[in-house]
Ligand binder design. Sequence first.
Ligand code: ATP
Ligand code: MG
Length: 756
Amino acid sequence: MDTILDNLNPEQLAAVTLPSQSALILAGAGSGKTRVLTTRIAWLLKTGQVSTSGIMAVTFTNKAAKEMLSRLSVMFPVNARGMWIGTFHGLCNRLLRTHYQDAALPQSFNILDSQDQLSTVKRLLKTNNIDDDKYPPRNLVYFINHAKESGYRASHVEPQDDYERKMVELYSLYEDQCQREGVVDFAELLLRSYELLERNQTLREHYQDRFRHILVDEFQDTNNLQYKWLKLLAGNDSSIFAVGDDDQSIYAFRGANVGNMLSFQQDFNVQNLIRLEQNYRSHGNILEAANTLIAHNRNRLGKNLHTDAGEGEPIRICEAPSDLNEVQWILEEVNHLIREGMERKQIAVLYRSNAQSRVIEHGLFSAGIPYRVYGGLRFFERAEIKHAIAYLQLIDNPANNAAFLRVVNFPARGIGARTIENLQEMARMHDISLFEAIPYVSGKGGTALGSFIRLIQSIRAEVQPMNLPTLIQTVLEKSGLMMHYQTEKEGADRLENLEQLVSAAMLFLSEEGFSQEAPALMTEAVTPAGEKSMLTVDEVMDADVPLSMIMSPLSAFLTHASLEAGENQAQEGQDALQLMTVHSAKGLEFDAVFITGLEEGLFPHENSAREDGGLEEERRLMYVAITRARKRLYLSYAQTRMLHGHMRYNVSSRFVAELPDKTMKWLTPKKQSSYLNPRHEPTARFDQSSVPQMQAPASFHKNSEWRIGETVIHKKFGEGVIVGLEGQGANVRANINFGRHGMKLLDLSIAKLEHA
Ligand code: ATP
Ligand code: MG
């Protein structure tokens, strides 16, 4: 027993061993919140206060859930697979699969990822002849998700004006369409399971009774519906153990509500508010930088972190003339760290926007340094994989029209747009799926559709007895996908990816405890040992039942593809540099961290200026970034950067100016004070021969209302960026880059410029 509690400080120990009441652990980054949460689970189990089935733990990513399970099994021998540890989406999926009938879903419902959701909405607008300039698909998606995350069905939303009335109407049509096609989007997973528990008293009481301990990590990022869901699931005798850090709340744009922390204290009558203030992750300089930075925010619950570790290395900061030079510098430093013996996977390069990763990837690739990108275009989002998945979905659930439309004419089988329109019309008229409507289409189109239906049916018959990897292999071949990419010029990579899909399936089966040999399509469950067992819903509800007893291997794998697999794309285990956005670095830690692109407009992001509290959210994001580092922290920015096809002329981020001087070491000549005045001399450090030369501007021009780097608007030339200023007072002239109109030197007392 003692061993699991041995390495805790007194506050952590108090938190781990709290009595069974709801509690809030409010603590800064690296103070051991996640560790406390995991240790508490082990402690509850070990002291016999609860059995594994009485515990539910919510983590922010599937990766975090896996890690928690593996740490748990070190502390305590648990049947990990059956435990309810996962993300909100993962846990809701589990509820819905178990109670699909009560939730009014087909057993093999498919999950729409965000890309699928967007195309579903586009299709909806098209079939209803809606002008998508007036009602842009993305706005509708946002509207729907926002409504769902607030707990509203279309019938609950009261439109304020005609525009909203139309949006609500479309939302309602979207609901019907998804229901018909047996698909649910991410927000629906939550809303549907919330409604299931709310309406069904027996089920609700069962789970309330079962889950005595609900533990939630990263609580600051829960949205309103997730909070309501937790409230519903917690019975009178349950306790919720929430850990979080208001300073790390970075998902307000997705509806997360830090206010939940305050509501939680009231709603659950929280007597135990524990603060952890000792940081175990970062060396002193890094921690001091984080503390000083976040102190610029006003809206805080307030706390400070200290560490027993020494100051450590200073934070190294570099101003590069261009983004290419920035990468060059990162490469030098990375090589240096590797020579010192640091593992590549202990080094993370963080950026604010995905678009920044391209140059970094290019640099790493050219230098032959293995790397892994989190986020970005994920394996399961690639076109060829989406096609393969669509075939698999059709075999799993023929009513899935989105899947149908994706592959009905891919590879090309001479089925034209006309035929498809015709088919959609028939499906609408008879209120059936596209698949079922095929016999109603006549003519040449009908014949082509007929062979498609026969193809799918014959594949479906053929794969009945097959295990998942063989099934996938067969589908890849019989669908014609393999052949298609074999003949395509640039198809080699895509073929390789398709083959990886088969390996991904094998890995998935073994990780999730499915039998490798079990037929992938069977509906009755099979235990990991391979014997058949038909479990009743009651049995499933009462026990720690692994997913393999609730879903067929194929359904489970498809769920995995939509929900889980996106978090990383390279093989685990390989020693590779880690590239990711700051958002996806949450909760992680690395020996060395590079925060790149610290430029006004990029980080803080320009959009943040337009939103209430936007800048504070950006600063929290910077706080998250800094606190990922254990030993080394590197900051960088570039005076010029190509982004989205435009050259940007930058000034350094205000966040750089907000960091304490004494923690930093400038690797390029130090700038004069604030981010508004980053005057500099060209540096000798960069080998300019290898990178394109840029005019190096970025100084704040005194006595002028204009600023280098600023975007301005000219009546005739449109938008441009000031890249140089000369003269004083009434004689100021500006060199302005007007994009396709080229560079102009304008006398500002004559030219009528406006600030953008
Ligand atoms: P974040 O806010 O970034 O999610 P956190 O508060 O969840 O951070 P953890 O990830 O749990 O922090 O812990 C940070 C690091 O400190 C981990 O490496 C953890 O193992 C270590 N740690 C936590 N508590 C202790 C302790 N009492 N003694 C030694 N190391 C500890
Ligand atoms: Mg954590």
